[in-house]
Design a protein around this ligand. Structure first.
Ligand code: SF4
Length: 453
C-alpha cells in the first residue's frame, strides 16, 4: 500500500492534495510559511479560503491578512502580478502595506514561474478542491471518519459540520467499496459519523463491513435518540468486542440540554438517557461527549459527578469538548467561551475523575490549548503528532508564543478565528517536558493511494 503525502486518501487517480501542495510547492519555496519574514513583517500562518489563500502577517502591533488568488482580471484586487490577484484585509493601509503586497506578489510568482504554470494552471493545481466524492481524509491519530449522511435531527447550536464536512459517503455500496480498498487494520479507528449516522437504516450492515474488514476499533458517533427504540442496539451486539458508541450529551436535565439546540424539544434528553442506560446494560463500550458553551459551562463539574453517579464504570470515558469556532458555533458567538473561562469548571471535572477513577478528558483537537491548563495535561486524549503543524489549516501556532513551546507535538493549534477575536494573551509557551504519550499516527506520509492497491 503506497503512501502519499497528506491527510487525504485518493480514490481516483489525479486528485490533488491541495492543502499540502500549497505549503510544500508554493509557500515554502516562496519563503512565506509561519515564522518567515517578508519586508519587515512576520508570517504567522495561512488558510485556504475558497478561491483565495490568506496569509496572516504581523509587525509590531499590526496584523494584516493578505489575500492571494489566481489572477482574474474580472475580480477586484489591490494589485495584479502576471499570476496573482493580491488584496488585503483586517489591517490599516499605509505605504508599507503596499510595499508588503508587492513583495508577497513577487515571492508567490517565483514558484509559479519555476513550475511553468500560468494563472489557469495554478488555479487548477492549488485552488480547485477535489470533489467531496473523490477523497477520504484520514484524521490525525489514523482515524477514518465515514460520514454516512449529512443529515441530522439534533440541530446543535455548536455543530461545526454545517461549515462543510469531509468524507460524506452516503450509500452502502460506496462504504463497502471504500472498506474493501482500505487496509482497515492499519487505521486506529473507523468512525461512523454524520450528520447523525443512526438515521441511515443500513448502519448495522456498514458496521458489519468494517468489522469483517478487520477494523481494530469501530465507533458510532450519535446523539443517541434512535438507540432508545426497543431493540435498536441489539443489531450491533455481534460487533460488540470492537465497537464503541460515543453519545453526545451536554447537560444533566432536559431544559438545559435543549438550550444547546436551536429548538426546545424536551423529549430528546430522556430518549438519550434511555439509550445510554441500555448501552451500558448491554455492555457496549460507552463514551459520552459533552460539548461546552456558555449555557452549560457552569454545570461541567456537576455533569461529571452525575455521570459517575448514574453509570459509574459503565461509561468508559467522559469527554468535554471546547466548541470550536466554526459552523453554528461561529454563528452563535455570544455562546462561545474564552479559554480562560473553562479553566476552573474543567479543572473541577478532571478532579472528580481523579477522585472516582472515571476517565474524564478532553479531546486533543477540540480543547482548550494544553498551555492554558498545563497541570491537567494528563486529561488530554492525545492521539495525533502535530510537531510543527496544526490539526487543520484553520488553526495556527503563533510563532511569537508557540515558537518556543515544548508541547508543540501534542498541541493541535489554536483557531485563527479565536485569535482574531481574543488575541493570544491566554497562551503561554510551555517549558515543561512533553508528557508521556502513546501517539499512534502516521510518522511521515499520511495518505493511502487506493488507486494503487
Ligand atoms: S503555546 Fe502554542 S504550541 Fe504551546 S500549547 Fe499553547 S497553543 Fe499549543
Amino acid at each position: 500500500m503506497p503512501l502519499l503525502d497528506q491527510t487525504v486518501i485518493e480514490r481516483t487517480p489525479g486528485t490533488v492534495t491541495r492543502l499540502a501542495a500549497i505549503e510544500s510547492e508554493l509557500l515554502r519555496p516562496a519563503g512565506l510559511v509561519a515564522g518567515h519574514s517578508v519586508d519587515g513583517w512576520v508570517v504567522t500562518g495561512w488558510l485556504h479560503e475558497g478561491a483565495h489563500l490568506r496569509l496572516n502577517v504581523v509587525r509590531a502591533d499590526q496584523t494584516l491578512a493578505v489575500l492571494a488568488g489566481p489572477r482574474d482580471d474580472n475580480d477586484g484586487a489591490f494589485l495584479r502580478t502576471p499570476h496573482w490577484n493580491i488584496s488585503y484585509r483586517d489591517g490599516n493601509y499605509d505605504a508599507s502595506v503596499a510595499q508588503l503586497l508587492v513583495a508577497i506578489g513577487l515571492a508567490l510568482d517565483g514558484p509559479v514561474i519555476a513550475l511553468g504554470l500560468d494563472a489557469a494552471a495554478l488555479k487548477q493545481r492549488w485552488f480547485s478542491r477535489p470533489d467531496k466524492g473523490d477523497v477520504l481524509e484520514v484524521s490525525p491519530g489514523k482515524k477514518l471518519y465515514v460520514r454516512v449522511t449529512d443529515h441530522c435531527d439534533e440541530y446543535c447550536l455548536f455543530c461545526n459540520a454545517t461549515e462543510g464536512n469531509a468524507n460524506i459517503v452516503e450509500s452502502k455500496a460506496a462504504v463497502a467499496a471504500i472498506l474493501r480498498g482500505l487496509p482497515t487494520g492499519s487505521l486506529s479507528q473507523v468512525i461512523f459519523s454524520g450528520g447523525e449516522p443512526t438515521l441511515v437504516k443500513s448502519l448495522p450492515e456498514m458496521v458489519g463491513l468494517a468489522y469483517d474488514r478487520g477494523a481494530r476499533q469501530i465507533i458510532i458517533q450519535t446523539n443517541g435518540v434512535a438507540f432508545a427504540q426497543p431493540g435498536a442496539l441489539q443489531a450491533y451486539l455481534p460487533y460488540q468486542d470492537r465497537l464503541g458508541i460515543g453519545f453526545s450529551l451536554h447537560a444533566t436535565e432536559a431544559q438545559l440540554s435543549a438550550e444547546m439546540l436551536d429548538h426546545q424539544d424536551l423529549t430528546r434528553f430522556p430518549a438519550k438517557i434511555v439509550a445510554i442506560d441500555e448501552s451500558v446494560r448491554l455492555g457496549f463500550k460507552v463514551k459520552i461527549t459533552c460539548v461546552v458553551m456558555r449555557p452549560n459551562l457552569a454545570q461541567v463539574p456537576q455533569f461529571a459527578q452525575w455521570v459517575w453517579d448514574r453509570w459509574g464504570t459503565g461509561v468508559h470515558r467522559l469527554q468535554f469538548s471546547y466548541a470550536m469556532p466554526r459552523g453554528n458555533a461561529w454563528l452563535n458567538q455570544h455562546l462561545l467561551l474564552r479559554f480562560s473561562e473553562c479553566v476552573v469548571p474543567f479543572g473541577e471535572a478532571y478532579a472528580i475523575g481523579r477522585r472516582t477513577g472515571m476517565r474524564v478528558e478532553t479531546s486533543q483537537s477540540c480543547c482548550v490549548p494544553p498551555c492554558v491548563m498545563p497541570e491537567f495535561v494528563d486529561h488530554y486524549d492525545i492521539y495525533g503528532d502535530f510537531l510543527g503543524k496544526t490539526s487543520d489549516p484553520e488553526r495556527v501556532k503563533p510563532a511569537e508564543v508557540c515558537g518556543t513551546c515544548k508541547w508543540d507535538r501534542i498541541c493541535a493549534g489554536v483557531w485563527q478565528r479565536y485569535i482574531d477575536v481574543y488575541g493570544t494573551s491566554e497562551l503561554k509557551a510551555v517549558q515543561l517536558p512533553e508528557p508521556p504519550t502513546d501517539i499512534e499516527d502516521f510518522a511521515e506520509p499520511e495518505v493511502l493511494d487506493l488507486s494503487a492497491c
